[in-house]
Write a new protein. Structure first.
Length: 313
């Protein structure tokens, strides 16, 4: 990443967070402002990023009718987390090297790195053309997604202009800045907190966890250990109490015949990966971290893993 791109990312994120602080100005808060933010967060976050970018485009957990897929992908670009090509390539690379050298946002480099710092580092946040060709060749072959790679940021300014004309600065603050901050941290907590906090149901070669409050913020994405165990699954909340709002949307779309080829892990697959007891849970998680686990099987850590080298460019 060039110095301009590196600092441009930092300035951009800082400006968005500062803009969101304007929501505390009493004159810029009405109930209609909150409604606008909620609707746009739903369209861009739930339908755009969580459902389309992640479960449809990245993992092919289900198939949407093409017009619906394209519409939801367009919504996703307004979340300003990157176009589908770069988002999908980055996430597929994460799964290929989860919590190891090569993972763009490995938790082994610490919470802050996994949460946001990775966005500023060379050859990490922005996949190269070769990486896109390697990790997202299916999307690159589609002219629609190649086009979206160039229009995401301009679309955000168009949306801001429409919001200003319809509701003044209050709608811009809530419909753009507050919405983006919520969307960013909901996604970032999946990369950070859902690799540190919570419980593990399945044996995986990473540190992914099931974290209920991340699942609440990210509409089901916080059941992250389930997801890393079965990346192909359209459903992340696999137990009765693991509420997965995005999965409800999958079922609704399937019922409306707008989605098909919904993929789920069998009960046999789930049993094979499930932990037999607490001792194996603690030992396996500690082994993934490189820690020493207490002999009582509680999973408490007594030593920290050696972290891979961090890029400073």
């Amino acid at each position: 990443m060039s110095r301009l791109a590196k600092y441009g990312t930092g300035v951009g994120l800082a400006a968005i967070h500062l803009g969101a602080l304007a929501a505390f100005v009493p004159a810029l808060f009405r109930m209609s402002d909150l409604v606008v933010a909620a609707i746009l967060a739903y369209l861009t976050g739930v339908l755009g990023v969580t459902l389309c970018y992640h479960r449809v485009l990245t993992h092919r957990s289900l198939r949407l009718r093409k017009p619906i897929e394209y519409l939801f992908a367009l919504f996703g670009t307004l979340a300003l987390q990157g176009d589908p090509l770069r988002w999908v390539a980055t996430h597929r690379k994460h799964h290929a090297y989860a919590d190891r050298e090569g993972d763009p946002h490995s938790i082994s480099l610490g919470f802050r790195w996994a949460h946001v710092d990775w966005l500023y580092r060379q050859n990490v946040a922005i996949p190269t053309p070769d990486e896109i060709a390697r990790y997202a060749p299916d999307l690159y072959a589609d002219p629609f997604y190649r086009t979206l790679a160039y229009i995401g940021l301009p679309l955000q300014f168009v949306l801001a202009a429409v919001l200003f004309l319809a509701g003044g600065w209050a709608w811009v603050v809530w419909g753009v800045f507050v919405r983006l901050v919520f969307s960013y941290h909901s996604t970032w907590f999946v990369n950070s907190a859902a690799h540190m906090l919570g419980y593990r149901t399945y044996r995986t070669n990473d540190q992914s966890t099931n974290c209920w409050w991340v699942a609440a913020l990210a509409f089901g994405e916080g059941w992250h250990n389930n997801h890393h165990a079965f990346p192909f699954s359209a459903r992340h909340g696999l137990r009765w109490f693991e509420i997965d709002v995005t999965w409800w949307h999958v079922k609704a779309l399937e019922l409306l015949r707008l989605a098909d080829r919904v993929r789920l892990p069998s009960r046999l697959m789930q049993r094979r990966l499930a932990y037999a007891n607490v001792r194996s849970l603690g030992a396996s998680l500690a082994a993934a971290r490189g820690d020493k686990v207490r002999a009582d099987g509680t999973g408490m850590y007594t030593g920290a893993a050696r972290r891979p080298t961090r890029s400073t460019a």
